[in-house]
Ligand binder design. Structure first.
Ligand code: SAH
Length: 238
């Protein structure tokens, strides 16, 4: 499958899970794996569990932060074994697969997985626009990391067979790096206007992120918002 979909594993502690994830991807026709601060990589245990998917491991991208791993992505989707208070775009894997395929027509999409013990941090979830929860036994909802990767990859593979692309949009979606630059700009503007107290910022920026993440902004729309912020700061200083 020639889709621009990157599977990003954060802070993975067991190299066996990395190998098993690579195998899961290859069986479903994917080959883009990225690792954020893996504890051990490369590692013989990862190679052993990957078996015939060593080629996926060989070209794996390793980064020091999630932000770097998804900087060029126009859609970033978290996965979590728990419902998260601050994410209002929660999808099941089947619905998510259709959205991811549609977005991957125009941009690279990242699907992000957390560390084995505690999952994704709130700061990592803040970088994501949507969240996938795999429906499970409510009393025991945490799948093995590689099993979660397998399940999402399967849903994407299956959805690909029935997917019909929509019309191409006029502008590409804003990338994650562009969105982060915008949030920094917005936060600076709100601090200088006095709306946010830098000593006690509270949850305001997180709530604002929710609004803008929901909007699925394209590059052109983001440029308009950056222009609005710049014009307000300029007028304030003159
Ligand atoms: N104890 C952690 C679970 C970590 S499991 C927690 O409560 O969040 C490691 C990773 O596998 C998770 O971060 C997530 O990316 C994925 N995962 C496991 N179970 C999942 C589920 N039911 N739905 C979606 N992702 C899941």
């Amino acid at each position: 499958m020639n889709r621009k979909i990157r599977f990003v594993l954060c802070d993975t502690t067991h190299p066996g899970n990395i190998g098993a994830a690579a195998r899961s991807l290859k069986t479903m026709g994917f080959d883009q794996l990225a690792l954020v601060r893996p504890r051990f990589f490369p590692d013989p245990e990862a190679d052993a569990r990957a078996t015939g998917a060593i080629d996926v491991l060989k070209k794996t991208l390793v980064t020091g932060s999630l932000s770097d791993a998804v900087a060029d992505c126009g859609l970033v989707v978290a996965t979590s074994a728990r419902t998260r208070k601050f994410n209002n775009q929660e999808l099941d894997p089947r619905a998510a697969a259709l959205e991811i395929l549609a977005a991957s027509e125009n941009t690279t999409v990242a699907v992000v997985f957390g560390t084995e013990s505690s999952g994704l941090s709130n700061a990592q979830i803040d970088l994501c626009q949507k969240l996938i929860y795999i429906p499970t036994n409510p009393d025991y909802s945490s799948l093995n990391l590689a099993s979660a990767v397998q399940l999402i990859a399967y849903e994407l593979h299956y959805a690909d067979a029935i997917f019909r692309p929509a019309r191409k949009p006029e502008y590409p979606p804003a990338t994650n790096r562009q969105m982060e630059d915008f949030y920094n700009h917005l936060s600076d503007a709100l601090i200088s206007s006095g709306f946010i107290n830098p000593n006690n910022p509270g949850q305001l920026m997180r709530r604002l992120r929710l609004i803008f993440n929901r909007a699925e902004l394209d590059e052109h729309e983001l440029n308009i918002l950056r222009g609005v912020l710049s014009s307000i700061s300029v007028n304030k200083n003159t």
